[in-house]
Design a protein around this ligand. Structure first.
Ligand SMILES: Cc1cc2nc3c(=O)[nH]c(=O)nc-3n(C[C@H](O)[C@H](O)[C@H](O)COP(=O)(O)OP(=O)(O)OC[C@H]3O[C@@H](n4cnc5c(N)ncnc54)[C@H](O)[C@@H]3O)c2cc1C
Length: 399
């Protein structure tokens, strides 16, 4: 039996047009203005251009102005968009907005969709997702969640502190995860997601955190919720179901991060191969030297294996399966493989690689934190091993 992994024709066409848009529009704009801390005007310029090219919002359904791609379709298109650092921003598929749109489409009420999803899908507003807290609060272990929401007449009052909240500065709203039952660290208990408008006086951005990466729009911020009052209509989904919804968001969001960063890995690979073909030393071209060939081959292996694991996990998600194990495997492998590809590519280029004349050192800085967010590699390995052990215990495998 043969398995046809070719994307459907409309996906292949969108991917091709996305690649052309990135090459002809996004990369020249990056070369003109740089990639660090893009301004709202540049975001608008990029998104208008993507709209004009017919490649805007490939992930949301047609009802919200998108192309309605499933996860496997996204894998093909997002990889092309990710070839440029600002490609995802242009297509409105950058983190955290893309993951938030995905979750709102599944969980939000019709009223919430009109108020939050529609303007997010058109690019009119941005959003952020506030889960992580400074120690001893929630990080790798969500059970440590300290931010609390208590019932008040007609709504909820939220108190707590969040940090590393990507895109918070300038976001139209925040999806805040707060504890609504149970005690931190004892048992998971119940958490609830709340839609908090940016102008809520109880929510404040207290600082921008300086980080290794610098191109994600709106920075990474620390937020304080100080007696932040929201109405009942701000509850996203059901009360106490926040951890379950987080999985709705995090599994696919993990994969879309892999897809976008795989595009950067390919870009790094292309720069290195071009350089290796041109550079001469010791009487031959660099590309003819065995140790360089090994690095070039290892890059291809890492890229192909990443793509394969993403596709497998996306196929499971498209089947309606949880994909818990396959997304954890793919995320762990991709985060490490993509870093390896960028690092090898930089090495092949020698001093040029660390210079500002090529974007490789920028790529390296941007991909390194991916081994920490969306679950550190160690957390995923721990969870993968526990699932395997549980399965072996119940299935009797190995006896
Ligand atoms: C650039 C960036 C952007 C981010 N954006 C957001 C955002 O928008 N919203 C949001 O809510 N959060 C965001 N985060 C936070 C991110 O989700 C957390 O950093 C991540 O969950 C890890 O939590 P922590 O930093 O508290 O590390 P900790 O929980 O303190 O973990 C520290 C280390 O412990 C190790 N470890 C973890 N689990 C295990 C285990 N089971 N066994 C052995 N060792 C283990 C790992 O090496 C890990 O790096 C972002 C982080 C970064 C770096």
């Amino acid at each position: 039996m043969t398995i046809d992994l070719a994307p459907e024709p409309f996906v292949a066409d969108l991917a091709q047009r996305t690649a052309a848009f990135v090459r002809d529009v996004v990369l020249p704009l990056e070369a003109r203005d740089g990639v660090v801390a893009p301004t709202p005007e540049r975001r608008r310029e990029l998104q208008d251009a993507a709209r004009a090219a017919g490649v805007f919002a490939p992930h949301v359904s047609a009802e919200y102005g998108g192309h309605g791609l499933d996860m496997r379709g996204r894998a093909t298109v997002f990889e092309e968009a990710g070839y440029a650092l600002l490609g995802p921003l242009a297509l409105n598929i950058a983190a955290p907005d893309e993951g938030n749109m995905h979750m709102l489409e599944i969980v939000a009420t019709d009223e919430q969709k009109e108020r939050y999803l529609r303007p997010l899908a058109t690019g009119e507003i941005r959003s952020c997702f506030a889960m992580t807290e400074p120690a001893p609060g929630a990080g790798s272990d969500p059970r440590a969640l300290l931010t609390r929401a208590e019932r008040i007449d007609g709504g909820w009052r939220i108190n707590g502190r969040k940090w590393f909240i990507t895109g918070a500065d300038g976001a139209g709203f925040t999806i805040c995860m707060a504890r609504t039952s149970g005690e931190p660290g004892v048992a998971t208990g119940g958490a609830t997601m709340f839609l908090v408008d940016a102008d809520n006086p109880g929510m404040k951005i207290i600082r921008h955190i300086e980080t290794l990466d610098e191109t994600l729009f709106g920075g990474h911020c620390e937020l304080v919720f100080d007696n932040c009052e929201v109405p009942d209509s701000a509850v996203l989904g059901e009360v106490d179901e926040g951890f379950r919804y987080a999985q709705v968001r995090l599994g696919p969001a993990r994969m879309t991060h892999c897809m976008r960063w795989l595009g950067i890995a390919k870009h790094a690979r292309d720069i290195a191969v071009r350089r290796a073909n041109e550079r001469e030393m010791f009487g031959s071209r660099l590309v003819e030297l065995g140790m360089i060939q090994q690095m070039i081959a290892d890059n291809e292996i890492d890229i192909a294996a990443s793509r394969g694991l993403i596709n497998q996990a996306c196929w499971e998600l498209d089947q309606g399966r949880s994909g818990a194990q396959s997304t954890a495997i793919a995320k762990t492998f991709c985060a490490e493989a993509i870093y390896r590809v960028v690092d090898r590519s930089l090495q092949i280029c020698g001093a040029l690689g660390v210079s500002g004349d090529v974007p490789l050192s920028r790529f390296l800085r941007e991909v390194r934190p991916f081994r920490i967010y969306d679950g550190p590699s160690e957390t995923h390995r721990w969870a993968i091993a526990r699932r395997v052990a549980r399965h072996a215990a119940t299935s009797g495998a190995g006896r």
